[in-house]
Design a protein. Structure first.
Length: 123
């Protein structure tokens, strides 16, 4: 019987997720630190797959490995369509998009910090 480290830090979980995404050829991987900004999690990871099939495959493999490696059951939404899959591990939220869908929603812009000197107000 395999022992699962149940008390893994959010940073360790993030590092493991990033390694798994890289191994599965996820593209344009972006990590957003959510600590102190929201209670939904500590980190958000956004990445792309080239096709609906790859998006679904990345999500399947990631959830299976998290279950194997950490005994962690992730909540998954959107896998049936394969355009945008959300994987909620508790501490780390992963979004896997097809590139066109990612461009449409521009999730990074919603969560990334504004550059210094930028203003959202129009003159």
């Amino acid at each position: 019987m395999t022992q699962h480290p149940t008390d893994v830090s959010s940073e360790e979980l993030l590092d493991h997720i990033l390694a798994l995404l890289d191994a599965d050829k996820a593209e344009d991987i972006v990590t957003i630190d959510l600590r102190g900004k929201t209670a939904i999690g500590d980190f958000m990871v956004i990445c792309s797959g080239r096709s609906t099939r790859q998006v679904a495959s990345i999500a399947d493999k990631l959830t299976e490995r998290l279950k194997q490696d950490f005994g962690r059951i992730a909540k998954v939404e959107g896998k049936g369509q394969g355009d945008w899959v959300l994987i909620d591990t508790g501490d780390v939220i992963v979004h896997v998009f097809r590139p066109e869908v990612r461009e449409f929603y521009q999730l990074e812009k919603m969560w990334m910090p504004m550059p210094a000197g930028s203003s959202t107000a129009q003159a």
